[in-house]
Design a protein around this ligand. Structure first.
Ligand code: SF4
Ligand code: SF4
Length: 509
């Protein structure tokens, strides 16, 4: 099932809708989760004899629970407006990667079992039995969708393919056909506390090392505190920030911002992961269980504020789900949620994105920068899907687009946006989101990055751009891997707080 050799697509100066190649990526399927990985999350270990009946029952349950799913199954008029909007279709040319075709994989089964016409005249309405062949197609093509929601922006009915993908993955997990990469990571978070499986002592060592490095760089005692009770802010950040390049440079940036602002803060061993792959597999129980670690840490440490680091889907989960899931923000009716509500300082947004935190300080004149320290960089910004299309920042529409850009412009002199149809709510996915950042899907990741690489190439050629900033751990990891495939330097990608880190003046108060 691993990816065979493939050819990286050629960059074109302008977007070209490809001629379709039927079955071009039907061979791409991520590794299936082992029995142990599945059982660890409470899912069946493998397909049982009655998998088909169980899948249909699960589908019925989801259609009953989520009215949006039933609307998405019924509302599509096959207008085709979404068909050329998916980066995976543009990069792979496989017609089943057109969003409407991806939805139809579920829609044809829905019609067969949940509509009158499909039950009695299946051929007339394009209804299909859920056979093993159909299930294999589901496994393949619902793991060729990064749940980026770009297609839904262009659908006149607002049909959200990402929700359909999540439902399909949830159904497949419930019958014992889960994806190894996501489910193994979720198990690690439950066991150890983070996606990378970094135990507490290793995390402590790393943070001490960062304090020494930052002292060497600045001559100052910039702290990277861990598990400090009574700190003002709990920072929850992707675990990649602790160990991976270029992620760690943003972590150093956050620490410098807290230091310069004189705000006490802490990281937490218990909540050492902002990412929440429960969303990728469409499973609210897993989503909640992972998020509960953050509530537990916040209560234990007695913090007043919760701030989230640079991670796209983590911010979506924090912004859109934490309130009703666990009571961070508003919502949540159980005693622990109420206790946390009483503990947090509601003069501040709860939760708050690190970009909102830094931006607010910049607006209030509380931070000073030497912008020329970033003069060797000509910068562009890649909007991450989950921030752009599934969340917001600040108290105004579009804050998720302007706030990161305003920070960049406050800390650097050279900035150029990519083409308007490839940024903001129309941003193209990096190609590795939604639980697809695994090497068994490398071909898909490289091909799916094509539209973003083409937009980047244009600003490289026109403006000499040599740095693409982003606020997502997955985007950073994905671009580090795929940039060289398109002839770019892997060090071209980095975080917004990496730029902040370079320019911030630490002596001033
Ligand atoms: S959600 Fe994104 S990846 Fe999925 S079909 Fe739509 S555009 Fe493609
Ligand atoms: S744009 Fe919407 S209605 Fe049109 S084909 Fe796509 S999903 Fe269906």
């Amino acid at each position: 099932m691993a990816t065979a050799a493939f050819t990286t697509p050629k960059l074109k100066p302008y977007p070209v809708i490809p001629l379709v190649q039927v079955g071009a990526t039907s061979h791409l399927k991520p590794f299936i989760a082992s029995e142990a990985i599945q059982k660890n999350l409470g899912f069946p270990g493998e397909l049982a004899d009655d998998w088909q009946a169980k899948a249909i029952a699960k589908m019925g349950e989801l259609l009953g629970k989520y009215r949006s799913l039933r609307v998405y199954m019924d509302a599509c008029v096959h207008c085709g407006a979404c068909s050329d909007k998916c980066h995976y279709f543009l990069g792979t040319e496989d017609p089943k990667n057109m969003p409407v075709a991806r939805q139809d994989l579920m829609r044809q089964v829905y019609r067969r079992y949940f509509t009158f016409a499909g039950k009695h005249f299946p051929k007339l309405v394009g209804a299909k039995d859920l056979t093993r062949e159909v299930l294999d197609d589901w496994y393949s093509y619902y793991h060729q969708c990064s749940e980026c929601r770009r297609c839904s922006v262009f659908c006149p009915y607002g049909i959200d393919t990402a929700e359909v993908t999540m439902a399909a993955r949830e159904i497949m997990d419930s019958i014992g056909m889960g994806q190894k990469y996501s489910n193994e990571i979720i198990g690690k978070v439950h066991r150890i506390g983070n996606n990378l499986g970094i135990p507490g002592p290793a995390l402590e060592d790393t943070l001490l090392g960062l304090e020494e490095d930052t002292k060497d760089e600045t001559g100052l005692d910039v702290r990277f505190p861990l598990d400090v009770k009574g700190a003002e802010v709990l920072l929850v950040t992707p675990s990649a920030d602790f160990f991976s390049e270029p992620h760690v440079d943003s972590l150093i940036g956050y620490a410098k911002v807290f230091h310069a602002a004189g705000v006490s803060w802490t990281l937490s061993t218990m909540a050492s992961e902002a990412g929440n792959f429960g969303m990728f597999i469409g499973n609210y129980e897993q989503l909640r269980k992972i998020a509960l670690r953050i509530r537990e840490a916040a209560l234990e440490l007695g913090v007043k504020r919760i701030v989230v680091g640079e991670c796209g889907h983590a911010w979506r989960v924090a912004y859109s789900f934490w309130n009703t899931l666990v009571g961070i923000g508003a919502g949540g009716k159980d005693p622990f949620a109420i206790e946390l509500q009483n503990q947090l300082d509601h003069r501040y947004k709860q939760p708050m994105h690190i970009c909102e935190f830094t931006h607010d300080l910049i607006v209030r004149g509380a931070l000073r920068f030497d912008k020329e320290k970033n003069d060797h960089r000509i910068i562009t910004f890649h909007d991450s899907c989950n921030v752009a299309r599934a969340s917001r920042m600040g108290d105004f529409a579009g804050g998720q687009f302007t706030i990161p850009r305003d920070i960049i412009k406050a800390v650097a002199n050279n900035f150029h946006d990519m083409a308007p149809e490839t940024i903001h709510e129309s941003t193209f996915c990096c190609g590795g989101g939604g639980g697809l950042l695994t090497d068994d899907l490398l071909e898909l990741r490289v091909k799916g990055a094509l539209p973003r690489m083409e937009a980047l190439k244009n600003v490289v050629d026109e403006h000499g751009v040599n740095f693409m900033a982003t606020i997502c751990a997955i985007c950073k990891a994905q671009f580090t891997k795929v940039l060289p495939q398109y002839g770019f330097d892997m060090s071209m990608v980095g975080g917004v707080h990496q730029l902040v880190s370079k320019a911030i003046r630490l002596g001033d108060k």
